[in-house]
Design a protein around this ligand. Sequence first.
Ligand code: G3P
Length: 221
Amino acid sequence: MRPVLLINFKTYEQGTGKRALSIAKSAERIAKRKGVKIALSVQPTDLERVSKAVSLPVYAQHIDPITPGSHTGWILPDAVKEAGACGTLINHSEHNIELGKVAENVKICREHGLISVCCAATPAKAKKIAAFAPNYIAIEPPELIGGDVSVSKAKPGIISGTVKVVKSVNKKIAVLCGAGVNSQEDVSKALQLGAEGVLVASAIVKSGNPGKVILDLVSGF
Ligand code: G3P
């Protein structure tokens, strides 16, 4: 499987609305030019705008395990799909949900043909989530998220440890890692440790020159 760079736009100002589109287009240009796999995770309000404008896979940042009906303010899986999402993040560190809800969301994704990317804060959590058979598990130590020191440098054992426990449960699940990833060395180290891609936010979205950072990061593939 080719490694993936999954860019999480979070709710950063620079990753919202028209500005999200500009980052998405830079990412698309680089993906085409370099033949690398890049995916985008944007706010629900930007799913349609971004997925219509670029050919890259676009993910939601969260879904709620609900069916159409009376759920004001919740995020309907059917709706993110209709808006152009190919999948969704689940249980991001900034949007933690109970394990039971993670399981429900993974099941809903399977039923809707959506790709599930479940985040986990520890290898132990990742192992529990692996039992639900999502497509991806992303290990992200919360204390390193948004910082300058990457998980690859600060906690390499967490990446290899997660790969080991996840694969022991289900070999088909691809493991990603994230938190503080900001250079091609961080990316190549993550891949050496067994990750099949990286989840990156601040280093790209908050930089003044997202294209330059994306180019640097994919050089680590
Ligand atoms: O989802 C990715 C994210 O949590 C990592 O954030 O800013 O450390 O790249 P950041």
